[in-house]
Design a protein around this ligand. Structure first.
Ligand SMILES: CC(=O)[C@@H](O)[C@H](O)COP(=O)(O)O
Length: 255
């Protein structure tokens, strides 16, 4: 169970809604993933333009929590404007803060992310900032009072998986709010790895929408997430540098 602020979710998977081959495939992938939280870029959704196609219309919205994100914002002020737009449309008071500082890598701007998070907390939002895997920044965000931290595994849409597992594990170790690994996940193994490190959840988009078969991949990431979480709860064996025989050697005939 994943708890963010005062809300609980059975699934620990958060799914993005961009770049699917068709609404039909997207709808089935979302169903198969068993996610309960869908994130979407407010600026890219036709939420105020009724004549334009909108994926959210395809869904039974009672089944999902919508997590608008501020993708496209380059400053804290822009992010706050986008968040207020989402709130005005009655979608949700949770917001994923995404303030991009570099257009080539799409890495977040730490200063503007911190500033936007502070402003949105003051406005009463439930704030989930997308951050780099910077341990100190994650702590500063937590100290502000954000409701979860979302460090990137690697650049958005890169599919490179977890580049710095040590930083992620430091963030997980220090954090008292949920840690959701967000962005750069490429395949089910990355999802399982994030969960084995002790993440509370994973947010991904392109790994599913960009797969040859997004519906199958949605199932695969769901199982990987469950396997990784179970592995984390089970507690992995101690790693050693040298071989240790798997069968007991004491009391063997001829020993
Ligand atoms: C949809 C969304 O919120 C993205 O900005 C997110 O970071 C996912 O990135 P990937 O597409 O790399 O999974």
């Amino acid at each position: 169970m994943l708890t963010i602020a005062n809300r609980t979710f059975q699934s620990r998977l958060l799914l993005g809604t961009g770049k699917y081959p068709s609404f039909e495939i997207q709808k089935e992938a979302v169903t198969q993933s068993e996610t309960e939280i869908l994130t979407f870029a407010v600026r890219r959704m036709n939420i105020f333009e009724e004549s334009q196609p909108n994926f959210l219309e395809q869904l039974d919205l009672n089944k999902y929590t919508l997590l608008p994100n501020t993708a496209g914002a380059k400053t804290a002020e822009e992010a706050v404007r986008i968040a207020k737009l989402a709130k005005a449309s009655g979608l949700c008071d949770m917001i994923k803060v995404e303030v991009i500082g570099d257009q080539r890598t799409l890495l977040p701007d730490p200063v503007e992310t911190l500033k936007a998070s502070e402003m949105l907390l003051e406005e009463g939002f439930i704030v989930l900032p997308y951050t780099s895997d910077d341990v100190v920044l994650a702590k500063r965000l937590e100290d502000l009072g954000v409701h979860a931290v979302m460090p990137g595994a690697s650049p958005i849409g890169s599919g490179k998986g977890i580049i710095n597992p040590l930083n992620l594990s430091f963030i997980i170790e220090q954090s008292k709010v949920p840690v959701i690994v967000d962005a750069g996940i490429g395949s089910p193994k990355d999802v399982a790895y994030a969960m084995e490190l002790g993440a509370d959840g994973v947010l991904l988009n392109t790994a599913v929408s960009g797969a040859k078969d997004p519906i199958k991949m949605a199932q695969a990431v769901k199982y990987a997430l469950e396997a990784g979480r179970l592995g984390y709860e089970a507690g992995r064996m101690e790693e050693k540098d040298y071989a240790v025989a798997s069968s007991p050697t004491t009391g063997m005939v001829g020993s």
